[in-house]
Design a protein around this ligand. Sequence first.
Ligand SMILES: Cc1cc2nc3c(=O)[nH]c(=O)nc-3n(C[C@H](O)[C@H](O)[C@H](O)COP(=O)(O)OP(=O)(O)OC[C@H]3O[C@@H](n4cnc5c(N)ncnc54)[C@H](O)[C@@H]3O)c2cc1C
Length: 501
Amino acid sequence: MNEASIRNVVIVGGGTAGWMAAALLSRALGQQLQIRLIESDEIGIVGVGEATIPQIRHVNQFLGIDEDEMLRATHGTFKLGIQFNDWRRIGDSYLHAFGDIGLPLGLLAFQHYWLRSRQRGDARDLWAYSINAQACHANRFARMERVGSSPLTGIRHAYHIDAGLYGQFLRRHCDPRTVQRIEGKVVDVTLRAADGFIESVTLQGGETIAGDLFIDCSGFRGLLIEGALKTRYDNWQRWLPCDRALAVPSERVEPMRPYTQASARPAGWQWRIPLQHRSGNGHVYCSQFMSDDEAAALLLANVEGHALAEPRALRFTTGMRRQCWNRNCVALGLASGFMEPLESTSIHLVQSGISRLLALFPDCRFEAALSDEYNRQTRFEYEHIRDFLVLHYRATERDDSAFWRHCAQIEMPDGLARMLALFRSSGQIFRDGEELFTEVGWMQVMLGQGIEPARHHPLADALGDAELDGFLANIRTLIGRAVATMPGHSRFVAEHCRSAG
Ligand SMILES: Cc1cc2nc3c(=O)[nH]c(=O)nc-3n(C[C@H](O)[C@H](O)[C@H](O)COP(=O)(O)OP(=O)(O)OC[C@H]3O[C@@H](n4cnc5c(N)ncnc54)[C@H](O)[C@@H]3O)c2cc1C
């Protein structure tokens, strides 16, 4: 610690973003920091955000959280991927399964061997070589690092969680010596006259809370980053046009699927997320093409089991803040931007924002080089996720509604255009640096959306026909055997992490 070290951190907002920031910062920096988290019960949290991606397991590891304990506390279930229905054409379905598919041979990625086999007349799809996909089809789950003693990687999982409970669970994992919760509504923000940095926030009762570093986790309103600092927002609706969502819980149904469902609808799409005590449902749509009443009726007509409440309406503008770190304020969660929940990336963006902040943790001089780097990396991450999401909409063959005809005309971001051209011509995919989605993720969505490579890599021809058939058959056999040993998802949950309520 030196004189310039940051000692006081003020977090505004107690949703998933606020409590995740408090828990991770207090664990990483310990008693060097005093963290005060201000939240308002009157305002509440957004309360959706129930599907995650496998990286969330790093949060558990870092905080020393037992996975089963977390799932019990959040009525959680396991997630092995997302099933996309009716996106390319009505009646079509594909998975974006987590984890690897097949096995590379030497330098060459697996898809080239599969493509070659297909060109020889083998009708099996790519997902025959994904253990996650096969477990999804069978509604089974088990923790499995490897497929038997083979080099094939095993199950890679994430969670479905009750969003209302997850933040509270993280709160219980904050060190009370470092983190203090303050109930109250921020009504004013005072900026330093000299440099426009945030000096303090004022609560409704008049109390003033000063800090060195402010973390804006106030949700869509972006109370500090936008309200006080006027950072401005890049609107991405021309790429991601949906701007509303309705969320409704419904009765739990069997089978309890180990995956999220995302089914395209005439002006957007609908999610189904299985939890232990209920299902989460939501309809994301574009208000230019559908009224709120129509959207609600469509949602309610498509929930499984009875709806347990009236649909809750949310409005959003897809995009991101021009700077997620501005002066002494870092925005996380919905305050930093939102790209709709199609690939369940928002909670992950909170997590990666916090780890980036820790890596670039400033002192009270707030050198611009640190915030510039933070903003550069954040934009890189956001833009690559955006391009991946655009792929789902843009590569559609649907023309049955004005919305889908509009989507087929969406301007293609450069990075996406490059990715598609390369895959179409040669079956090649290269992940761009540290971008979130892997080659395997891109490949599944491209193939699922009907993007077909013209050829495989010539190196795949080095294998004789019989060797190729044997190589592929062996992978299928190993995966089939491994999945047959797994219990049903419901049974696994009941035996390992059944919640009390
Ligand atoms: C329709 C929809 C579906 C989603 N689905 C997913 C998903 O499946 N997976 C995923 O990863 N993410 C999803 N998300 C995103 C996810 O919900 C959020 O990223 C996550 O919940 C974090 O929210 P937050 O903490 O930033 O904001 P919020 O939950 O809105 O919390 C804001 C906090 O700020 C406080 N606050 C606001 N103003 C004040 C004030 N003046 N004074 C004091 N306190 C204040 C509030 O009380 C609250 O505590 C979804 C989002 C939407 C809209």
